[in-house]
Design a protein around this ligand. Sequence first.
Ligand code: DP6
Length: 346
Amino acid sequence: EIYRASTTAPVNIAVIKYWGKRDPKLNLPTNSSLSVTLSQNDLRTHTTASCSPSYPSEDTLLLNGSPQDVSGARTQACFRELRALRKELEDKDGSLPKLSSYPLKIVSENNFPTAAGLASSAAGFAALVRAIANLYELPASPTDLSRIARQGSGSACRSLFGGYVGWEQGTAQDGSDSVAFQVAPASHWPNMRAIILVVSAAKKGVSSTTGMQTTVATSSLFSARANETVPRRMKEMQEAVQNKDFESFAKTTMVDSNSFHATCLDTYPPIFYLNDVSRAAIKVVEAINAAAGKIIAAYTFDAGPNAVIYYLEENEKDVAGLFKVALGEKEGWAVQRGEAVQANSA
Ligand code: DP6
């Protein structure tokens, strides 16, 4: 007999960045962060988890058709936590099938090309954790699942909710209070849009995991960012979302991206995620905002050169339209359009 469950999880793009760990094993961050969930029509991971006493004895994971290594500490932590919760249920109710003792087979597909160079670990771990939780019929809340997914990849905890999602850094040493929470559902601000400017499909030079550890160890700007700047901006950003104040949302998004990349440059050896095309995209956003006489577009960059541009639907022509004209035809550019916060999971 084979037991099976499927789910999808969306990609999220932070507007207040997670960069720095106080505990690299549990992925406990040095600051809280906040993200916008992208539409699952555009960017999501679909995952089926199954288990069976008749499966070969090893757990397996297939991503877009190719076998992945599951022996890493992060994947193992997710498997272990979920199995332990299932085991509790089985111990309470002896009639339940002993799924916790069967090998797992996980099959994941991204609906966006891996070649797009987008970080997919967030959607990937969020979908993996929820698919197994569904398979095991765990009574776990999205908050509980965010605590587990965080151990797979920090940013994954934010993909367990839809809309505007915060990740509370927490203070507990065991990570019990380092969980995601919903700031507002997508429907609260339904005209928010995002486009992703794929500057380079190449795999990033320095992984976020390695990069942030080096930043914590060497950057002199880092502690001010983590302890003063981000806590202030978390408040501003939550207010901006609550009030649907795009100018404030956009400004805070851009300055926080710049601050994160400044600490990268201040890392030794320095980390460069932005390239000339990324900087050209920043100039285009500045030109769009100058022409509009107010802020109607915001850029943000993760650990790579690709830009995510946020704007409101009513400014589609002036923002996405202009990007397509200015850059869409240049070699090396692809503009992928996403409805930033629609069709969320939670
Ligand atoms: C720049 O979540 O990929 O995208 O916890 O080591 O897996 P690990 O790191 P990861 O880092 C994401 C960094 C970021 C900012 C963000 O998403 O908040």
